[in-house]
Design a protein around this ligand. Structure first.
Ligand SMILES: [Zn+2]
Length: 344
């Protein structure tokens, strides 16, 4: 047995490649190899002889296997080291260009507004997109049969009670109810809303609103104006001027439409502002006493304001996009036309 081991050691001594080593392995351990032959002879011996020689041959097999495995590892390691030694890395070569993704432009804009308002003490609140009629309409002072519902052509899911929210305002109602008329509220609820609309460059059956609600004591229109002013200056530049125009919504009284001075022409008139020098960006107002009451807040103690921006409209203005379908499109040829430096 020792002879066989010595033979193996001698044979592999000068081997430097795994192929030749494999041939040696076949010679000793292969189906018709030397050790396999010995094992087959073992089968012809008597039981006593088997007991005596069996363990010896098996030990031999294990030992040869171990020697060959060790040698194999040694060769592989040597080859690897040689390879590493010979491969030089030229760090002056230009690198491979990697295409990196950019944040969705709409998400990016919403995050910007969220961060700003959080720094002013607002919470970002989420709510269900499948909503109950009472939260979406009734508790916002829009009872059944009210003509204001016509303006929000709604997707109903079950009968007249379960719908896809047509505005994010129900989250405001839910937040008021949660606070039980006891605590002041500062919240925004950016999210998806749904209305039956034919999709085109400026309409979509699904769009995003950024709504905010503040409920506290002695809140006035000037508080609202100051807050809106901070948001639009952050988005469009410090020289932007805000103006309120009277408007009408069921859930606010008084209600206003918010215009900003045109960031493009600085008021001289251009196609973005349709030559008026002003661009409408939001609807807002002082929370209607009925809405406060239904939300559990006593209007003789509490007052508040609410505002709502269309996220797509803001992003279209900010990034000069003229088709809102682009936001929901995965066509990179279109997506990449945005000013990436501004987006990244
Ligand atoms: Zn303009």
């Amino acid at each position: 047995m020792e002879n066989i081991i010595n033979d193996v050691l001698k044979e592999i001594e000068n081997i430097t490649d795994t192929k030749t080593l494999y041939d040696v392995r076949v010679k000793y351990l292969g189906k018709k190899g030397i050790i396999s032959e010995l094992l087959s002879i073992l089968g012809t011996l008597s039981i006593e002889e088997k007991k005596e020689k069996g363990p010896i041959i098996n030990n031999l097999k294990q030992e040869v296997t171990r020697i060959l495995d060790d040698k194999n590892r040694e060769i592989e390691l040597k080859l690897l080291n040689e390879k590493l030694k010979n491969e030089k890395i030229d760090i002056s070569l230009p690198s491979t260009k990697i295409n990196i993704g950019a944040p969705n432009i709409l998400e990016k804009l919403i995050e910007e507004v969220e961060e700003l308002l959080m720094s002013m003490g607002y919470d970002v609140v989420d709510g269900p997109e499948v909503e109950e009629d009472r939260y979406n309409f009734e508790m916002l002072n829009i009872p059944k049969g009210h003509p204001a519902r016509d303006a929000q052509d709604t997707f109903y899911i079950e009968g007249e009670e379960i719908l896809l929210r047509s505005q994010t305002s129900p989250v405001q109602v839910r937040t008021m109810l949660e606070n039980k008329g006891e605590k002041s509220i500062r919240m925004i609820c950016p999210g998806k809303t749904y209305r039956r609309d034919d999709d085109d460059a400026t309409h979509s059956h699904q769009f995003m609103q950024i709504e905010g609600l503040l409920v506290d004591k002695d809140i006035s229109l000037s508080d609202l104006k100051g807050t809106i002013d901070v948001i639009v200056k952050k988005l469009f530049g410090q020289d932007i001027v805000t103006r309120f125009r009277p408007s009408y919504y069921q859930f606010t009284e008084p209600s206003v439409e918010v215009d900003i001075s045109c960031f493009n022409c600085k008021g001289n008139g251009c196609n973005i502002c349709k030559n008026t020098g002003w661009i409408t960006v939001a609807g807002a107002g002082i929370v209607h006493p009925n809405v406060l009451k239904m939300g559990g807040y006593d209007p003789s103690i509490w007052s508040g304001f609410a505002f709502g921006f269309g996220a797509e409209r803001l992003a279209m203005l900010k990034y000069g996009i003229n088709d809102l379908r682009v936001f929901y499109n995965t066509d990179l040829r279109e997506v990449n036309t945005f000013d990436r430096k501004d987006v990244e």
